[in-house]
Design a protein around this ligand. Sequence first.
Ligand SMILES: Nc1ncnc2c1ncn2[C@@H]1O[C@H](COP(=O)(O)OP(=O)(O)O)[C@@H](O)[C@H]1O
Ligand SMILES: [Mg+2]
Length: 229
Amino acid sequence: MPSPLFKCENICKQYSDASNTLQILNNVNFYISAGETVAILGASGSGKSTLLHILGTLDTPDSGDVFYKEQSLFTKSKRQQALFRNAELGFVYQFHHLLPEFSAAENVAMPLFIKGDNRKKSLVRAKELLARVGLQDREQHRPHQLSGGERQRVAIARALINQPAMIFADEPTGNLDDKNTASIYDLISDINKEFKTSFLLVTHDLQLAKKMDRIMYLENGQLRLMEHN
Ligand SMILES: Nc1ncnc2c1ncn2[C@@H]1O[C@H](COP(=O)(O)OP(=O)(O)O)[C@@H](O)[C@H]1O
Ligand SMILES: [Mg+2]
């Protein structure tokens, strides 16, 4: 087997307050290969977002480590982690997190603007990606002028702009109707085939999770493979 793109080893995470301790992740071991698509299912509050954030270096485990192409991520400095995220990862959330005062094209180009890339070239690239997600006629629209499904397409285009090896998507269709949900999953599947982008997708929807290569189930702080056909 080729070495995994991401691997996490013995990830533990707990939250404590004055009265009790919640062990959210209890020795989670997991890998994802380059080009693979994986769904994570689990009840609300089971720790799916926490795990996704730790894998993406947006949160820190109490113990354990995450390896990207065999390189430890939690021995890196915060600055190195930020550079790593910007270069290698894309994120898509349930609530699109688009900037309201910017157009669709500017939102997609934002990661390049932040890096200091040429503005004009960044917008050309952003418009290519908007066309790729079916929004060639919406370049100048602000987020409030777009439907929920269109906003998620913009968020996916933005996640793609740095040609990431991996996209983390946390309930990206949580706010969409069935038709838009299905079309977002088709888009994910097409992007995976076309760009070989890996996807780690948190969802509530078993039918849609079944479209991924593998389904994992998070329960009692542990991740297990879910058999499906
Ligand atoms: N910063 C925090 N402080 C205390 N508890 C938290 C914090 N973040 C998450 N939790 C708790 O951890 C559990 C898992 O949260 P989360 O990963 O968001 O679950 P999921 O995404 O599966 O719904 C929840 O019970 C939540 O209340
Ligand atoms: Mg969550």
